[in-house]
Design a protein around this ligand. Structure first.
Ligand SMILES: Cc1cc2nc3c(=O)[nH]c(=O)nc-3n(C[C@H](O)[C@H](O)[C@H](O)COP(=O)(O)OP(=O)(O)OC[C@H]3O[C@@H](n4cnc5c(N)ncnc54)[C@H](O)[C@@H]3O)c2cc1C
Length: 398
């Protein structure tokens, strides 16, 4: 750890050790801040059965910090992403290299890197109150009755952020995207589906399905479909896995047989969750406290971009706090530099969502015609979603 720019009296409390929180904590510790990371859970129920695709912009942050190999060895590289329609016709191939990794594994690896880097991790600490303390500081209260003090508070506590609620009580609430996601792991015969290094996407007629064969006979899959009536995480969890899988198989009856084959071969728990996004907030901070990652700008999942965006945030916010003597200035500079990118990604995610499983056949036909050109064009101009390059690091990053 490099601490030559030690910053005394800047005790930082980071709330939430999902993806953004541990990475932010590590960056700050390397820049000389004293960091306490508070996490509500040891292991989140939401992480069961759920993997995410980490895009090149997320990898770029990890590479800059010298962490890519250590963290991403827990996942599986996809050398390209392929797209097919519900008739099984291959529409396009995006040659970008991405990594599929279980969300819980990614979080655990980042937490380990943070604690190795000097961050103090406190689990089973759910933030419930946040009050001013003295002229600039904060007092945090946790569900177990304990308290802590900090000069700077950074909320990385996800889409339903308590920090956001306490800090910016008038901020709009998260909205339901009318999408329910689920994911799991299946075991097919090793010869049946080859390990081909591809992340396969299928625009089903009534649901979007993605999968990668991660090792001989082992498939990770996810499914997103529209449900207009919102059901909570707890309500979705009430249905049993077998019932859920049978319902998904029925939903995907018109689609390529491989989708049902994978669903029918599911082993282990199936994660499922309602998907929310955070509408644009007027500000992401108040005084010396701020929110970032999903807490500030959760976007619809159709681009598979949220985790990488959170990593970008973590890296750039740490640098802003290093550059600016006062936290509010750092937050203002950070917001100015990030807002346009986040808004562009949110828009792109919504546009992508609109053509995933459209009701009208004509929209499907246009999508199928346009997609190859859109992907080729996007790749040539350096796909916008992946185009972020981390700012230079002021001291040795490792
Ligand atoms: C269906 C779906 C598919 C997705 N697929 C992808 C994908 O393929 N690629 C991608 O990049 N992104 C994807 N995302 C988005 C990605 O999961 C999020 O953007 C990412 O997890 C955000 O990280 P975060 O650390 O900001 O928040 P989170 O990962 O949500 O972490 C928040 C943490 O805060 C903790 N916490 C919450 N409240 C409190 C509290 N009061 N006190 C203390 N701790 C608290 C939580 O337990 C959690 O550990 C997907 C999202 C969904 C819903």
């Amino acid at each position: 750890m490099t601490n030559e720019n030690s910053t005394p009296n800047r005790r930082v409390a980071v709330v939430g050790a999902g993806i953004t929180g541990p990475l932010l904590s590590l960056c700050l510790a390397r820049l000389g801040f004293e960091v306490d990371l508070y996490e509500a859970y040891l292991r989140r129920a939401q992480d069961v059965g759920s993997f995410l695709n980490l895009a090149p912009n997320g990898r770029a942050v990890l590479e800059r910090l010298g962490l890519a190999d250590r963290i991403l060895e827990r996942g599986t590289v996809a050398h390209s992403i392929t797209f097919a329609n519900h008739k099984g016709r291959q529409l396009a191939r995006n040659p970008e290299r991405t990594t599929n990794i279980m969300r819980g594994e990614l979080s655990a690896a980042l937490r380990e890197a943070a604690t190795d880097g000097g961050v103090k991790l406190h689990t089973a600490k759910r933030l419930v109150t946040l009050d001013k303390s003295g002229e600039h500081g904060w007092r945090l209260g946790f569900e177990d009755g304990t308290r802590a003090e900090a000069d700077i508070v950074l909320g990385c506590d996800g889409v339903n952020s308590t920090t956001r609620h306490l800090l910016l009580p008038h901020a709009p609430r998260p909205t339901y995207t009318q999408v329910v996601g689920s994911g799991g792991r299946s075991e097919t015969g090793a010869a049946e589906l080859p390990v081909d290094g591809r992340f396969h996407m299928v625009f089903g007629l009534r649901g979007f399905f993605g999968y990668q064969v991660v090792s001989p006979g082992v498939v990770w899959w996810f499914e997103n479909h529209q449900e207009t009536h919102e059901r909570s995480f707890a309500e979705l969890a009430e249905t049993d896995d077998a019932w859920w899988l049978a319902a998904l198989a029925r939903r995907h009856r018109p689609d390529p047989a491989v989708v049902r084959r994978i669903l029918n071969a599911s082993t282990g728990p199936v994660g499922r969750w309602p998907v929310h996004e955070v509408p644009p907030l007027d500000t992401w901070h108040r005084g010396s406290a701020a929110v970032l990652g999903d807490a500030a700008h959760a976007v619809a999942p159709h681009l598979g971009a949220g985790a990488a965006l959170g990593m970008e945030d973590a890296y750039e916010l740490a640098l802003a706090l290093h550059r600016h003597p006062a936290a509010p200035q750092a937050f203002t500079a950070f917001e100015e530099s990030r807002r346009a990118r986040v808004a562009a990604m949110a828009k792109q995610a919504r546009q992508t969502g609109a053509v995933m499983t459209p009701d009208r056949w004509i929209t499907r036909v246009i999508r199928d015609l346009m997609l190859p050109t859109a992907i080729k064009h996007g790749v040539r101009k350096g796909t916008e979603a992946y185009s972020y390059r981390p700012s230079p690091w002021p001291v040795r990053a490792d």
